[in-house]
Design a protein. Structure first.
Length: 162
């Protein structure tokens, strides 16, 4: 049987979010029009996704209870097309959630103990109480992205820095 791809779109916060569904997988992503992209051509939308089972295994219940559902993120350098090592992710309103820097592992992402910036894979999770803006920085480069989370699918965001 052929895999079917069904685009799902909905309004989230002050931007647009988009979803993806196939025969056995689904995901959602925060879309920030005008933000730099990593692979999309002009006029195209970049939709980063994560495997829903892998994402589900990565979620810490205690963090969800305290802050809310997470958004899964990655920071990449546009010119080098590599993960941004040492990038920081902050919440515009620090009371809106909690940023956790993570690294991929077998079956799930794990927090990087004591991390204050992204590791070699440029990955993070942010547990959110509601829609908010992220401030992503590396050196003099900065990007502000609107994000929102949901328990229905694992939402993602890709921050691309020049």
């Amino acid at each position: 049987m052929a895999e079917r791809h069904v685009p799902l779109a909905f309004v989230a916060a002050q931007g647009i979010a988009m979803g993806f569904e196939s025969g056995s997988k689904f995901a959602g992503s925060c879309i920030n029009p005008g933000a730099p992209t990593l692979c999309a051509a002009p006029g195209e939308i970049e939709l980063p996704v994560i495997d829903d089972v892998y994402a589900g295994n990565s979620i810490e219940t205690a963090m969800v209870q305290q802050y809310g559902e997470p958004v899964f993120g990655a920071v990449w350098q546009q010119t080098a097309r590599l993960p941004a090592v040492g990038a920081t992710v902050e919440l515009e309103d620090p009371s809106a959630g909690k940023v956790v820097y993570v690294e991929p592992g077998a079956g799930k992402m794990s927090p990087i103990a004591g991390a204050t910036s992204t590791g070699p894979d440029g990955m993070f999770m942010v547990y959110l109480k509601g829609p908010t803006k992220l401030i992503v920085r590396q050196g003099a480069s900065e990007q502000r992205l609107m994000v929102a989370s949901t328990y229905l699918e694992p939402p993602t965001v890709l921050a691309v820095l020049p």
